[in-house]
Ligand binder design. Structure first.
Ligand code: ZN
Length: 250
């Protein structure tokens, strides 16, 4: 299959190391850095190609969008809200969730007067649902929002950055709109998790063009440290292959 490319990754975005062939999936070559273990799609798809992929997905989701209302989900986001509250400390927390979906986190903190929370997402259906609950959600990209510098105390991005076409630009924008001393909580699939190692090419998260970047714990640490963050924790100790990182802008 022929793909349109936005740009080519000639070397590792994180450490500049040389990449070697890792896997080929759906016509996309994934390289892996010999030095730090970061893996990435070699030829990053064009806007047009990504739009087609996501537009199809969104159409389905829009047409059939039904909110997830399980109690376990509510509890999970309540717990995340508590974790953010504890990590952020005293005072008002201006919170941004990138990729807020149906607004589960925004809803979980909506009754806590210490939070001033908002979210953005590409998908219209979930954003409309969040807004119908009275939550502050926008259907937008991060760049389109044009937030003022140092707008937020806390930024959350759960299963978001592995999708971003321009990872470097996105992290620059996150850094710009986060206050000094503010915190960033990221969750991504974890390439160093035992499930990734055991499943190899069949690992469910190896899915270009949706997933373009594959972090190990060390790779994500290095990525954020090089961009001015101090890592508060970084681990994928879970039955799920999820890498969780809490980092502070210094
Ligand atoms: Zn590297």
């Amino acid at each position: 299959m022929r793909h349109d490319n936005a740009y080519k990754n000639d070397s590792c975005l994180i450490c500049g190391g040389e990449g070697e062939f890792y896997h080929e999936i759906a016509g996309y070559v994934i390289d892996r850095c010999r030095v730090c273990g970061f893996a990435y799609v070699r030829d990053i798809p064009s806007d047009f190609e990504l739009f087609q992929v996501y537009d199809q997905g969104y159409k389905t989701r829009e047409g059939l969008f039904a909110p997830k209302l399980r109690k376990s989900r509510k509890f999970k986001y309540w717990l995340l809200g508590r974790m953010i509250r504890l990590a952020a400390g005293r005072g008002k927390v201006r919170l941004l969730e990138i990729g807020c979906g149906q607004g589960s986190l925004l809803q979980a903190v909506s009754n806590d007067r210490h939070f001033d929370a908002e979210g953005i997402d590409y998908a219209q259906g979930p954003v409309d649902y969040a807004r119908s609950l009275g939550l502050k959600a926008s259907q937008s990209s991060l760049e389109q929002m044009q937030y003022a510098p140092e707008s937020f105390d806390f930024i959350v991005a759960i299963h978001v950055i592995e999708h971003m076409q321009n990872l470097d630009t996105a992290i620059q924008e996150i850094t710009r709109i986060l206050k000094k001393g503010g915190q960033l909580y990221i969750v991504v699939p974890c390439l160093s998790h035992i499930k990734a190692r055991l499943n190899g090419k069949r690992w469910k998260y190896l899915g270009p063009p949706e997933h373009l970047w594959y972090f190990t714990t060390q790779a994500l640490r290095t990525f954020l440290e090089k961009r001015g963050f101090q890592i508060l924790f970084a681990h994928c100790i879970s039955h799920r292959a999820h890498l969780r990182v809490l980092a502070k802008k210094i």
